[in-house]
Design a protein around this ligand. Sequence first.
Ligand code: SAH
Length: 243
Amino acid sequence: MSKLYVVGIGPGDWREMTLRADEALRGCDCIVGYTLYVDLIRGRYPDKEYRATAMRGEVERCRVALELAREGRTVAVVCGGDAGIYGMAGLILELRDGDESVEVEVVPGLTAAIGGAALLGAPLGHDFAVISLSDLLTPWADIERRLEAAAAGDFCVALYNPGSQKRRNHLRRACDALLRHKSGDTVCGVVRNVARAGEETWLMTLNELRDYEADMFTLVFVGNTRTRVVDGRMVTPRGYRDV
Ligand code: SAH
């Protein structure tokens, strides 16, 4: 039986990859992934055969990976962050469906929200929701319903895919949905290029976030009613000091 790993490589810096992910990448013959992620690891695993593909080619990328595995090669499909969070793990399992000749192993990785949260301080210290603002595969009405529900439940929210050249006003529309149940003073944090060159962080209010121009390398955190700024860091208290 051939082996196909679906590997989360973490947010960027090699030191934030897990030992298990490194083991899978060292052990495989062939690495398949979106160009950006492949370029992040190529220098570390120079002797591998690489198949780098463009951003929207997800189904094709996974078919190629499964085909290479069926031919007998040990294959690793790499994803940024975690492979199961807006990544390829689900698609690989769906496409493999019923094919006993390929064994799939999903190797977890540090998702961008965890890396970004550590940079800001501790914004996810209590219950939180993760919502993607990409409406390529999800109707905007569903995204808005989830934003409102998270805000009504006073969840902290991590927003993935807050913007791109084609989706300029998504973040503003998302803020407006959140503002139906959250105050305009809610503490928010923005991180860009977590664990990559050009890493940056900002703190602002939810009102200010409406005017922030996010790109596809940005991750946004919206606090709950108890989130505050402590010495320049974003903190959502769990409540230890209240007891
Ligand atoms: N599987 C990935 C998420 C892919 S969705 C993970 O678990 O992290 C792509 C979105 O994730 C980007 O638009 C951005 O919002 C966020 N993201 C991924 N890596 C990031 C990084 N290093 N810095 C900032 N945001 C990142």
